[in-house]
Ligand binder design. Sequence first.
Ligand code: 3PG
Length: 209
Amino acid sequence: MPTSIRNLIELCTVIPILTVSRREDAAPLARALKAGGLRVIEMTWRTQDALDVLTEMKNAEPDLIIGMGTILEPGQVEPAQRAGADFLVSPGLTRDLETALESAQCPVLPGVSTASEAMQAAAAGFEVLKFFPAEQAGGMAYLNSLRGPLPEIQFCPTGSITRDLAPQYLALPNVVCVGGSWIAPSRLIESQDWDAITENAAAAAALTD
Ligand code: 3PG
């Protein structure tokens, strides 16, 4: 499993972001994403069973690298790691969360949406940042503008990114990967349309080439 964020981003170009309510969907969903050729996944912590779903996905497909998203508070760091999270993702940073994430035993992708937040996160030692919510916060034009003053900072944009927008974001020099729910949206998970998810995953995996 990757030990640094640099290691992690070498393994992915597109990260499916999942919100899963039913534990029974964990194993078939893991298999569907793997069949499509994706290896790195973010599970949002927005449902009651999110931790168990992550654990069950890891048990079903141990090669998958699954991060726990929606980390908002220091108290979530330990349980997420105990559930098997290979990395942690937050939509933003507070001072307390920054301290907790600095001591996490796995790679971390903290969220920012402004130049000041990016500078603060970079100063705290985070090397790759989630740009969230990407489309609403200024999209590609904003990321392009950050590149002038902040050329060293690399981003993984997420938030309303679509299959069509993903390659355009990936073409930006300061974008190392993108994430989004379009590969496995909740409606496809709820209808258990594993073939459609595999198809979306394969299209996303092809963006790596
Ligand atoms: C999130 O954390 O909600 C992600 O950014 C997913 O966003 P999307 O559903 O707009 O792709």
